[in-house]
Design a protein around this ligand. Structure first.
Ligand SMILES: C[S@@+](CC[C@H](N)C(=O)[O-])C[C@H]1O[C@@H](n2cnc3c(N)ncnc32)[C@H](O)[C@@H]1O
Length: 226
């Protein structure tokens, strides 16, 4: 092969060796996928009235976190839930904070350092890969996150691998059935849609909590386990 030909072919050979990035979706199972919330809007996530509007303490009580648990705050943002989760699982436990926006993780680190919290492991994931260690999580919490996934199937598969056999993922999504919930339509989901997407990707509904003012809270285990 001439030197010129090898030079021309080299980039093609290199590209063929890279794993293909799956295409981003704009729709999934009849639902319009929402845009990712930009890190510049992160102050909204730690607004004072959030506790009251979303009953966030009550929501976290439902997680029944215990010292020593290993859990994940998927799409952690600037850590509104990550920090109290880290306090609940204590020094013998850990919280993986997975984010695709490094700026969100920087804000989380700063807030955790101010409180002297050291049991948060941050991970910069890909839109199609949470990059969590296999079988590492008792629970993966997704608050107002799943509807933004541009690669729902790959993310669900990645989270399934990261769960321990009896682990659960907890979906907290604004209720689409309720017009009084003041959130844009594509940032809301119906229970039926959540159930359809999760069960068609190898999960089963194991518990629900219907007591939150604006959101559904649905717990899913891996289908085929007890
Ligand atoms: C509306 S914010 C919610 C943040 C946080 N869960 C809370 O309740 O405060 C959604 C977050 O999900 C993140 N996100 C979107 N797609 C993601 C993905 N594939 N993997 C990890 N994080 C993702 C976004 O970067 C954004 O910070």
């Amino acid at each position: 092969m001439s030197r010129l030909l090898s030079l021309l072919l080299f980039p093609l050979l290199l590209a063929a060796q890279q794993p293909a990035v799956p295409p981003a979706l704009t729709e999934y199972q009849g639902r319009t996928i929402a845009q990712t919330m930009h890190w510049q809007g992160a102050s909204w996530l730690i607004r004072h009235k959030r506790d009251r509007e979303e009953a966030t303490l009550q929501m976290r009580e439902q997680l029944k976190l215990k010292p020593g648990m290993s859990v994940c705050d998927m799409g952690s943002g600037n850590g509104y839930h990550t920090i109290p989760m880290a306090e609940a699982v204590g020094k013998d436990g850990k919280v993986y904070a997975v984010e695709v926006q490094p700026e969100m993780i920087e804000m989380l680190h700063k807030r955790a350092a101010e409180k002297g919290i050291t049991n948060i492991v941050s991970i910069i994931g890909e839109m199609y890969d949470p990059k969590l260690p296999p079988a590492s999580c008792d629970m993966i919490l997704l608050v107002d996150v799943y509807h933004e996934f541009s690669h729902p199937e790959q993310m669900l598969a990645g989270m399934k691998k990261a769960l321990k056999p009896d682990g659960v993922i907890v979906m907290v999504e604004f209720r689409s059935e309720d017009d009084s919930v003041p959130i844009k339509a594509e940032h809301k989901m119906t229970k039926a849609q959540i159930n359809k997407e999760l069960t068609s990707n190898g999960f089963k509904l194991v518990r629900e909590f219907d007591g939150l003012p604006w959101q559904h809270m649905m717990f899913f285990g891996i289908a085929g386990t007890k």
